[in-house]
Design a protein around this ligand. Sequence first.
Ligand code: GFB
Length: 314
Amino acid sequence: MIGTDAKVFVAGHRGMVGSAIVRALLARSVHPVTISRGECDLTDREAVDTFFARERPTHVFLAAAKVGGILANDTQGADFIRENLMIQTNVIDAAYRLGAQKLLFLGSSCIYPKHAEQPMREDCLLTGPLEPTNLPYAIAKIAGATMCDAYRRQYGFDAFTVMPSNVYGIGDNFDPQASHVVAGLMRRFHEAKLKAEPEVVAWGSGSPMRELVDADDLADACVFLMENYSEGGLINAGTSQEISIKALTELMAEVTGYEGRITWDLSKPDGTPRKIMENSRLHALGWQPKTTIRAGLEKMYAWFQETDGKRPAA
Ligand code: GFB
């Protein structure tokens, strides 16, 4: 358990996963420390050190990252590798040097090889070539996971990496160019319904398969692992709920109430053909997801309609 004397820091509390981790902690009466980008830019080593020296967190959830969907990754690789390397290096190192007991680093299923055997086990990391559209992001995340392992081996620091599958949910980014598939489609179907447009264009061929995890389920898994896991290395946190992009568009049409046609823009990349994780280690520890894809999309759409997809201010 995260004890009453613990001081928990959630890095990236305004993002989809970080904000869900804050909600999960508050639901357990744990009040985490957070800091806005204006007060502490996590790419600035001195600012990060100053923050850690002042707050002395004991438990760190490292959910701060530059993230984006397939198109953003494919076109802004320099920003993805630079910002992620800087953020994670500063936070992992400051956490260790300034006395944190434990750190959870958020990885991503896209760091496994493009043609890894499915479902993907934790030990398939670095066994084959990566998906080119998100190579810079994946290399940064692999560096972060390796850094956690190296700090554990050399310094005995209790750091480990949680590997989510494709996350969606409350607090997602709905920017048409930068979003992941669920948020991108949700906005497009919603707007097409309001404007009574005859067709919605989805990207790629529709054939890729994705394992989806609701952000609140992932946050629950992260808090569970912070409390129950200290082995290091990677641990997959997926749901084993897989859907093709084509089936996702059909479900999205139902959830948003859109009744027009769906067509496919084959000039956009498909990315990895399939990414389903082998989740038996996490499930054997006693954690299971609670949210079906349909229920997760309905919850997210209700939030989107209320907020127009805008996150609350920090
Ligand atoms: O979610 P997504 O951008 O991420 O795309 P990846 C998943 C699939 O959905 C791709 C298709 O095959 C897309 O072509 N797709 C269809 C769409 N319509 C849309 C749309 O409107 N928007 C988007 N974004 N996709 C990302 C990585 O890959 O996965 C990141 O680039 C990260 O690094 C993330 O790891 C989890 O699963 O392909």
